[in-house]
Design a protein around this ligand. Structure first.
Ligand SMILES: Nc1ncnc2c1ncn2[C@@H]1O[C@H](COP(=O)(O)OP(=O)(O)O)[C@@H](O)[C@H]1O
Ligand SMILES: O=C(O)C1=C[C@@H](OP(=O)(O)O)[C@@H](O)[C@H](O)C1
Ligand SMILES: [Mg+2]
Length: 170
């Protein structure tokens, strides 16, 4: 049974990879941000604006814990999820964790075109975005590095992902 949690910075590809990789392990793809939006009937940006980040973090942690009752999934978490409450420890205790460890240059090139839906990035110009990425990576690395598996840029492929679980079929 696969219980897989993808963690990493905004723009590392968690949402994209969960969808692309789910089939490789016959699992269902979920996205924590999408589940929060569904439950709140509001976009992530709207939740941040109307209820604040603390409220969002609480919801995020609560919804994460509903995965204790699920099986056969690959969950794309939000970039901040491992860094609040004891979420990272919880994920490590309940499944397999993978850190998509993408370099800051690649994150910048992706995020500069994808600021709109990310409330923490919205108001940043290019220089401020670069600074934000470096600062957040430094702060969050202590959490992300607790993941059981670490994929660096070139390893972030379906083939590399599938290899991790090949033994499960035998
Ligand atoms: N392996 C990849 N190669 C190139 N672009 C990617 C890759 N993975 C994701 N992207 C792009 O990067 C952006 C952020 O991806 P997303 O999956 O939303 O990341 P996250 O959920 O980690 O924030 C999107 O525009 C997506 O199309
Ligand atoms: O890094 C963060 O604090 C956040 C990342 C976002 O998810 P993605 O990592 O999927 O962009 C989303 O949860 C929210 O905007 C906050
Ligand atoms: Mg995402």
């Amino acid at each position: 049974m696969s219980k897989i949690f993808l963690v990493g910075m905004m723009g590392s590809g968690k949402t994209t990879c969960a969808k692309k990789w789910a089939g490789a392990v016959n699992a269902n793809a979920y996205d924590l941000d999408a589940l929060i939006e569904e439950e709140e009937g509001c976009t992530i940006s709207g939740i941040f604006a109307q209820k604040g980040e603390d409220y969002f973090r609480k919801k995020e942690s609560e919804l994460l814990r509903t995965f204790a009752q699920k099986d056969n999934f690959i969950l794309a978490t939000g970039g901040g999820a491992p860094c609040y409450y004891d979420n990272m420890q919880w994920m490590n205790e309940h499944g397999t964790t993978i850190w998509l460890n993408v370099s800051s240059g690649v994150l910048f090139s992706r995020l500069k075109h994808a600021r709109e839906h990310r409330p923490l990035l919205r108001s940043l110009d290019d220089d401020a975005l670069k600074e934000f990425i470096n600062k957040k990576m430094a702060e969050r690395e202590a959490f992300y590095s607790q993941a059981q598996h670490i994929f660096t840029d070139k390893e972030i492929t379906k083939k590399h992902f599938k290899k991790l679980f090949d033994n499960d079929d035998k």
